[in-house]
Design a protein around this ligand. Structure first.
Ligand SMILES: Cc1cc2nc3c(=O)[nH]c(=O)nc-3n(C[C@H](O)[C@H](O)[C@H](O)COP(=O)(O)O)c2cc1C
Length: 193
């Protein structure tokens, strides 16, 4: 799959099949995160890969899903992610760009997941203190985000919008994700042109 296709077909997924992901595929995903750009090449981003089912459930319990349509896109037990990557920022290495470094690493992982026919959800709404305790995360490695992975069990649609950016569920329980139009976000030479 070429990169552009992965970018245009990727959607956040919040319902997953309960089929395990090959360990080598998960390692390939994390490795894609490792290779992301990093300010001054400080590389503060570290990753905890969680696949053990009981631990996955504990990670899940610290997360919040799809606030705009809650609780309808909070995965039920049989829809929950089968793997998680917890993204940490090691403050002993981190520059001021650490959050941007994490974002670059996460996007690399999301796109690598698409190539492997996997879905993902980048989650910023996480109870960090609780999750740090569950995973024995030291104080010098605050949690940036967590990313959920699994084989998709829904097919959300992206669509251009003039104004309203609120994602919504239609009568068939399909998630629609409005995206601002290119003409509204692209300025040529001067702002507003
Ligand atoms: C920094 C960041 C934090 C996010 N946090 C959450 C979250 O806590 N829970 C959730 O369900 N989705 C979360 N998302 C997913 C967004 O809701 C999703 O990207 C957005 O609705 C657009 O959909 P798309 O990814 O399919 O383009 C987050 C995305 C980003 C970039």
């Amino acid at each position: 799959m070429d990169v552009h296709k992965a970018i245009t077909t990727r959607r956040t997924i919040r319902r997953f099949q309960q089929k395990p992901i090959e360990p080598a595929v998960l390692e390939r995903i994390v490795n894609a995160g490792r290779l992301a750009p990093s300010g001054a090449n400080c590389q503060p981003v570290e990753f905890i890969l969680v696949t053990e089912p009981a631990l996955c459930r504990q990670v899940f319990a610290t997360t919040a899903w799809a606030g705009r349509v809650t609780p309808r896109r909070t995965p039920q037990p049989a829809e929950q992610p089968t793997a998680w990557v917890v993204v940490l920022l090691n403050s002993q290495r981190g520059p001021a760009t650490a959050t941007a470094d994490a974002a670059a690493a996460i996007e690399n992982m999301l796109l690598t997941a698409v190539e492997a026919s996997l879905g993902s959800c980048w989650i910023g709404s996480v109870q960090r203190k609780e999750l740090a305790a569950v995973l024995s995360i030291p104080d010098h490695c605050p949690i940036d985000s967590v990313v959920a992975f699994g084989f998709p069990d829904e097919s959300p649609l992206a669509e251009d919008t003039d104004d309203d950016i609120a994602y919504y569920l239609d009568d068939n329980d399909v998630l629609h994700v409005p995206k601002r139009k290119l003409k509204d976000v692209l300025h040529r030479q001067h702002y507003g042109s």
